[in-house]
Design a protein around this ligand. Sequence first.
Ligand SMILES: O=C(O)CCC(=O)C(=O)O
Ligand SMILES: [Fe+2]
Length: 225
Amino acid sequence: MALADNGRLFGPADDAPIALDEGAWLLPGWAAAEAGRWIEGVRQVVAQAPWRVMHTPGGKSMSVGITNCGPWGWVSDASGYAYTATDPLSGQPWPALPEWFWTQARAAAAAAGYPGFAPDACLINRYAPGAKMSLHRDQDETDRRAPIVSVSLGLPATFLWGGLARTDRARRMQLAHGDVLVWGGATRLAYHGIHPLKDGVHSLLGSERWNLTFRMARAQYPQDG
Ligand SMILES: O=C(O)CCC(=O)C(=O)O
Ligand SMILES: [Fe+2]
């Protein structure tokens, strides 16, 4: 590394993607500058499709609050996991995917080397202190060539990044407010999860963490804008 004229170190820009694994990239703080727009978008979704508790096929209640927007929403109940076009609570279509979400998720995917990402599903999770997500992989989507784009807001969390086998040792990393994670390709089906959220207070979301995952649930990848 050397100092440039402006005193900055040469090397990756602050917002350059960091390789996490093959096909998996962290975009540190990528969504932080416009967090207000992200939060406003989530509030609009929640006004139409409120947070709810879902149950695993095994009958346990999940500790996160869940909602969705976009053409397809992810749901879990006693009969299994599925993408549905309507919100089972209201019988109405899931709220539209805010255009801001769509363009940002698409741009984040492109920044991580996945041009042509056109999400048709956005799952939104709300974590309160103690809430967690057990090790799992996102495998209910039709075209696994498309990556997953995950946006973190609010309180920081410890993210578990495992391998392609459930028994592979999982690495731990911190996900902070505004961080965006993109994974696809060789690690599209990697196991991942979230440790129980530590108590804390975030200036924008109080004692909550929100996570949005954008997926191509039924659409084929890639797609033109
Ligand atoms: O909250 C997170 O960062 C991960 C969420 C996740 O893995 C999921 O919703 O499938
Ligand atoms: Fe996941």
